[in-house]
Design a binder for this molecule. Structure first.
Ligand SMILES: [Zn+2]
Length: 478
């Protein structure tokens, strides 16, 4: 009888949800984080996207999200993985550089510069693994390095000269993640990266028919991912977050605008510069030679109506792009439509990113679906630093110190740890039903016990009933 009572009590307490935290069921909820590079928040407005629409009905859609500044690929992806602003996680640029030697490495080579990435902030893969989960990453920026000597359980680093557009390859990558990593290997967290529609947006511009075609390919892939989840029996355990690192904006040149060419600005000379990162879209950084900081700054400040020039210490606080030794003393960025050229225009892209993160063209999209998320819910915009604490919460892991907060996103979840009102009501109902069930069981057990005792007395087993008990059983029932 005691075990029955214990069982009922346990069921009652659990159903009230008081001491049992749903999200502390470590490992029970899986998570797939997907980035479609450069998918601007409004790319679904001029293209039919049936699969993204279905995902929004089945889950949560944010109007848009705000990436950190500098709005370029590696820094913003590392914010997704760490929940930190760029000045706090230290991956401040797509390019590794050394101001002493003047050496610069492009985006792909920088993926292999371990010290560029492993500089104090732990990405979610490592934090999750230290807390008993198993993780994987496919092509996501930051996948290749190790962090404090640790790597993901499995990783697939993007090959050199990878064809970002190949839809067959996309499906092979999805199959690897869904069938092998989640299905067979039972991983808890995977990050998955696609280099589109960024490449197409750069080459043809964000308003081009080529970009719209690429968004259709993204949409087909979203449908394929969701059907793969279903095929692998993951629908009830796997949460999927789809977002991006930044948006895309049109660039104007060839006489349409007065281009920004630093060497043509009166009073500015590259001979005053010890090291520079320019000719890289709309942003740049300069290290003036010793004693030349003010000369360079005064020459550039106000020199072009669409060029913003800041000393590091003057950078607007809201951009969170100053407080790091890797950031150079002068920071430049242009308004949408313009890029920053050094000696003469060498950039050919029709679309660019890297602008101020207040610009609507820089905002990525955000969708989420799965057992942790509400259905058919559209939410307002939020900063992408908040995706990290949301992911940690879903996985049931303790986050590293970060710049985001769960309060910003927890209304997307079906049940926060505090208990959702709707769930609380249903829990009360289930709890009361359990109490009633418990009382019925107690009643039945007591009656059965009484009948059993009477029956024992009737059969008159001398051995099993001590004399004094036997004496009592002879009493006339009241
Ligand atoms: Zn990107």
């Amino acid at each position: 009888m005691l075990w029955t009572a214990r069982l009922c009590l346990l069921f009652f307490v659990s159903s009230l949800g008081v001491p049992v935290d749903r999200y502390s069921t470590k490992g029970h909820q899986k998570l797939l984080l997907i980035s479609f590079d450069g998918f601007r928040w409004d790319y679904d407005r001029d293209v039919d996207t049936p699969n993204l629409d279905t995902m929004a009905k089945d889950g949560v859609k944010a109007r848009y999200v705000t990436p950190p500044f500098l709005t370029i690929t590696s820094p913003t992806h590392f914010t997704l993985l760490t929940g930190r602003y760029i000045e706090n996680h230290g991956v401040i640029h797509n390019m590794w550089f050394n101001i002493s030697t003047g050496e610069k490495q492009p985006y792909y080579a920088t993926q292999f510069k371990n010290e560029w990435w492993d500089n104090g902030s732990l990405p979610i893969w490592i934090t999750a693994q230290r807390q008993g989960l198993r993780t994987g990453s496919l092509h996501f920026p930051g996948t290749q390095p190790s962090y404090q000597g640790e790597s993901q359980t499995v990783k697939d680093v993007e090959p050199r000269f990878y064809n970002y557009k190949n839809e067959t390859k996309w499906r092979e990558n999805v199959d690897k993640v869904m069938d092998t990593w989640f299905g067979e290997m039972d991983l808890d967290f995977v990050s998955l990266y696609f280099g589109e529609p960024d490449s197409t947006g750069h080459k043809y511009g964000p308003d081009s028919p080529e970009r719209r075609e690429m968004v259709k390919q993204v949409d087909r892939t979203v449908g394929y991912i969701r059907s793969s989840a279903e095929r692998n029996g993951l629908t009830d355990s796997l949460n999927i977050i789809i977002t991006a690192d930044h948006g895309m904006s049109n660039v104007y040149r060839n006489g349409l605008v007065k281009e920004i060419i630093l060497s043509k600005i009166p009073g500015f000379s590259f001979s005053d510069i010890a090291f520079h990162l320019v000719d890289f879209g709309p942003s740049g950084m300069l290290l003036p030679r010793k004693g030349m900081l003010d000369t360079v700054y005064k020459a550039l400040k106000g020199a072009h109506p669409h060029l913003h020039v800041f000393k590091k210490e003057e950078m607007p606080k809201r951009l969170h792009f100053a407080n790091n030794n890797r950031i150079l003393p002068i920071i430049l960025f242009s308004d949408p439509g313009y890029v920053i050229n050094g000696f003469f225009p060498v950039q050919t892209h029709k679309g660019e990113h890297g602008f101020d993160n207040v610009e609507m063209d820089m905002k990525p999209f955000f969708r989420a679906v799965g057992p942790a998320f509400q259905k058919n819910l559209e939410v307002g915009p939020f900063e992408t630093v908040n995706i990290y604490p949301l992911m940690c919460h879903i996985l049931g892991i303790k986050p590293e110190p970060n710049d985001g907060h769960l309060d910003v996103t927890k209304h997307m979840l079906v049940s926060a740890t505090e208990g959702h009102p709707k769930d609380f009501k249903s829990n009360i109902f289930v709890g009361l039903a359990a109490v009633a069930g418990f009382l019925v069981v107690v009643f039945i057990v007591l009656v059965s016990f009484h009948v059993f005792k009477k029956k024992t007395n009737y059969t008159g087993s001398e051995k099993s009933v001590p004399p004094e008990s036997k004496e009592e059983t002879h009493q006339t029932p009241l």
